[in-house]
Design a protein around this ligand. Structure first.
Ligand code: NAP
Length: 291
């Protein structure tokens, strides 16, 4: 899509952003939908957030929708005029809709995106034992989605480098929903990975080629699903180790796709045609796997 002075602008704010595949997916969708819009990267420093959000309120601003990524999913909330009921439950925002009166509404499509991908994989989480690494913005969204499901997992053990964050997160989410399946563990060994059905990595560990494994690879087993929500690189060390022992594995590309489709539907305020969705997925896979 060629940008001109009339093009509507969408984009993603975060820092760093070099790893993001969102522009590829959304620009492909805009082209297929034949809308005059471009999707851009907005790598912002924290001290730039205030000015950026002030400018968004300007009636002449061409920006009509944003995604939000690390480390701003919680930090953007004070700048918004409204939250969707689900984003309010999560306490984090990854999608902002800006209407023609410049009202900013925050949504969270990470949690539903994760669940849509599990459904696509045919994974039934009912009564499953789940272990989660991390307690950041994406963990919030995933844990909220899992707690709100009518058919819930048996247990979800959560470990985070900063242990207090898990305790605080469970207390916070507990004020808004039933969190009796969530359990904080202070040491990684207590995740009971050797007994779990699904291990979910929601930390950023694995994004860098030099990143270590957070867990002992001997605890992985072939009857589990290892879900690393990182999508760039396509195969983290955790996924490589899990594949070596014959476990089911997936990276975060499917989640990225579904959260992106849901974000686009919020911006467009309508269901996106299946042909456009296929194109978005193809572009992501082409960019990520080279085919
Ligand atoms: N596939 C998708 O659609 C999708 C969607 C959202 C996010 N993601 C990916 O998920 C990852 C996390 O995103 P986020 O928004 O949740 O980030 P975040 O809010 O910044 O949280 C980062 C998490 O990683 C942990 N962490 C960071 N460095 C660590 C280290 N050296 N050792 C142990 N733990 C460490 C943090 O622990 P502390 O609390 O101790 O700092 C925290 O739990 C990113 O790679 C992001 O790209 C993917």
């Amino acid at each position: 899509m060629i940008e001109d002075s009339n093009s509507a602008i969408y984009g993603i704010i975060g820092n760093p952003l070099a790893h993001s595949l969102s522009p590829v997916m959304h620009n492909a969708a805009f082209e297929a939908l034949e809308v005059d819009a471009v999707y851009k990267l907005f790598p912002l420093k924290e001290e730039e957030l205030d000015g950026f959000f002030k400018d968004l309120k300007d009636p002449s601003s061409p920006i009509f929708g944003l995604n939000v990524t690390v480390p701003y999913k919680e930090k953007v909330m004070p700048f918004l005029d409204a939250l969707s009921p689900f984003a309010a439950k999560v306490g984090a925002v990854n999608t902002i809709v800006i209407d023609d009166k410049r009202k900013l509404t925050g949504h969270n499509t990470d949690g539903p995106g994760f669940l849509c991908h599990l459904q696509e994989l045919g994974v039934d989480i009912t009564d499953k034992r789940i272990a989660v690494l991390g307690a950041g913005g994406s963990a919030r969204a995933i844990l909220t989605s899992l707690c709100l499901l009518p058919e819930r997992p048996e247990s979800i053990r959560i470990y985070n480098r900063t242990a207090q964050k898990v305790e605080d997160l469970i207390v916070e989410l507990g004020g808004r929903m039933n969190v009796d399946i969530l359990q904080a563990v202070n040491v990684i060994e207590d995740l009971n990975i050797e007994l779990c059905d699904i291990l979910i990595n929601t930390t950023t560990v694995g994004m860098q080629p030099t990143d270590p494994m957070l867990i002992d690879h001997n605890l992985l087993h072939k009857d589990m699903l290892v879900y690393d929500i990182i999508y760039n690189p396509a195969k983290t060390l955790l996924l490589k180790e899990a594949q070596t022992i014959g476990a089911n594995t997936t990276n975060g590309l499917g989640m990225l796709f579904y959260q992106g489709v849901l974000a686009l539907q919020h911006w467009a305020n309508q269901e996106i045609d299946v042909g456009v969705k296929i194109l978005m997925r193809d572009k992501l896979e082409e960019e990520s796997y080279g085919h």
